[in-house]
Design a protein around this ligand. Structure first.
Ligand code: ADP
Ligand code: MG
Length: 475
């Protein structure tokens, strides 16, 4: 048998790169060499016994799969430390990091090429503009967008025959793009054979201009002839672009005549679109026109909770209410605030407490009076009894257990939290705290507070829980 070449090895490493997590790959795969090859058994050389043990165990399946793809005749794979692996004259050593980078850059190029090919086939129409996260199921419905949602839902069930065209208008950040892409994604999922194109008026214009330059206008027209659903976002951007408007007018007629669905959005009703040809405007009015308005408090709250849920982020109810109450009606801005809160928690360990969030609002220059007022109105716990109630309530244990002697972990942590808050936020002396907690002595309380401090440094969730309690008590 001829031994495998460096090229074989390279292919194997790249196949593995595509199958294991980046962090793992960078940690365990440094260099790989070929030590021997005989009787269906291949022995790879690695840099250390650490790499050897890990490769042989952790990545057994990924490696076996990659090897069998490249060298089908191999029956078993082994690893051994190669003392010569760092010798520059050793020709068959593969630098895994280099292959890793190569693999991903090739993959990226392939993806770009396939998008380009698809676009080429579509006569220059950009085909991948929809974002899967915009779905009709995660669109929150309230009085401000109920009609728009109902129309979108109907169109996605019976494209071409419910309302044609569907025209949705409203101010920026109120969910038009979400609804339009939601319709596109839903139709694609429901009717596998239907061709759906989502584009923006802006992009439609660019594609059209490019096709003129490349002399592929006929090809572009031909493609629009073959699609089933055309979704065009932000048609107000077609203002003053007469030729593009004419192109769209023709496509519109063609599609409408043959009962194919058109969905449009704009920042105002068709009638008020300036510098758009009257005949095109009148087409926009043929079907149904619905608006999306500013969401009310309940809808804002529900949207915020849905966004937090989809990011797997826990937003305390009172904080969500605070944001929904104070934020503007632009949903994109509300999302922006949520993103910042998540980033502050993930990057700086700052939990989403009422205190942190309201100071963030102030930094953003949101000058809603309600913010200051709500902060000022926060009541402060007046007695230690109130604090004990809140802590016990938060952790779901009895107050007498909290102050008692039971040393189970589920009771210890709440107890330490209560002691810590009494000491650091209500400024009780250790003696006084000791008396509250079944007469424990000074040093026991001191020890508990210290202990909790070290736990808090490591356990962000506990830190965050404690802040929720503090907020509740105004501490
Ligand atoms: P528009 O196109 O009207 O400017 P978008 O559709 O881009 O607005 O909405 C801005 C952001 O707000 C998006 O991330 C969108 O998901 C979100 N959003 C707006 N309205 C809703 C809603 N009712 N339910 C869920 N998310 C919404
Ligand atoms: Mg939009």
């Amino acid at each position: 048998m001829t031994p495998p070449s460096a090229e074989h090895l390279r292919k194997i490493v790249r196949a593995i790169a595509g199958n294991v997590k980046k962090q793992d790959f960078l940690t365990y795969f440094k260099k790989l060499s070929l030590l021997s090859y005989a009787d269906g058994k291949v022995v790879f050389g690695v840099v250390s016994s650490f790499a050897r043990d890990n490769l042989a165990h952790k990545f057994k399946h990924e490696i076996a799969e990659a090897v069998s793809g490249v060298l089908p005749e191999v029956e078993s794979v082994e690893f051994s430390v190669d003392s010569d692996i760092d010798n520059p004259s050793n020709a068959a050593v593969i630098d895994c990091l280099k292959e890793y980078k190569e693999f991903f850059s090739l993959k990226k190029k392939e993806e770009e090429a396939s998008v380009a090919k698809e676009e080429e086939e579509m006569g220059g129409i950009n085909v991948r503009m929809m974002n899967e996260k915009y779905r009709l199921e995660n669109f929150i419905v309230g009085p401000s967008n109920q009609l728009a949602y109902a129309a979108a839902d109907a169109v996605s069930r019976r494209p071409g025959s419910a309302y044609n065209p569907l025209y949705i208008y409203g101010d920026v950040g109120l969910g038009k793009t979400h609804l339009l892409q939601g319709i596109g994604n839903t139709i694609k999922a429901r009717f596998k054979d239907k061709k759906v194109i989502y584009t923006t008026a802006d992009r439609f214009l660019t594609d059209y201009v490019n096709s003129i330059k490349k002399r592929t206008v006929d090809k572009m027209r031909e493609k629009y002839r073959n699609i089933d659903v055309l979704v065009i976002d932000d048609v107000q951007f077609l203002a003053k672009k007469e030729r593009t408007q004419e192109e769209l007018y023709n496509i519109f007629n063609l599609m409408h005549e043959s009962g194919r669905q058109i969905v449009l959005s704009g920042d105002r009703p068709p009638k008020e679109l300036t510098e758009i040809e009257p005949r095109l405007k009148s087409r926009f009015e043929w079907g149904i026109i619905v608006d999306v308005g500013a969401p009310d408090f309940e809808t804002r709250l529900a949207i915020l909770q849905e966004k937090a849920r989809s990011r797997e982020f826990i937003l305390p109810q009172e904080v969500a209410e605070f944001i929904a109450y104070n934020a503007s009606s632009n949903v994109r801005e509300i999302e922006g605030i949520l993103n910042q809160i998540i980033a502050e928690y993930e990057l700086h360990g700052k939990p989403p407490t009422l205190e942190n969030v309201s100071s963030r609002f102030q930094k953003l220059g949101v000058t809603n009076d309600a913010i200051g007022n709500r902060n000022l109105q926060r009541r402060v716990a007046r007695s230690y009894d109130e604090l004990l109630d809140a802590v016990a309530g938060h952790f779901g244990i009895e107050k007498k257990t909290l102050v008692g002697e039971d040393r189970r972990k589920e009771n210890m942590i709440p107890r330490q939290v209560a002691m810590y808050l009494l000491k650091n936020k209500m400024h009780f002396t250790y003696e006084r705290i000791g008396n509250i907690f079944s007469g424990r002595n000074h040093s026991a309380i001191l020890y508990s507070c210290r202990k909790l401090e070290t736990v808090l440094k490591k356990d962000q969730n506990l830190y965050y829980e404690m802040n929720v309690i503090r907020d509740k008590l105004g501490l």
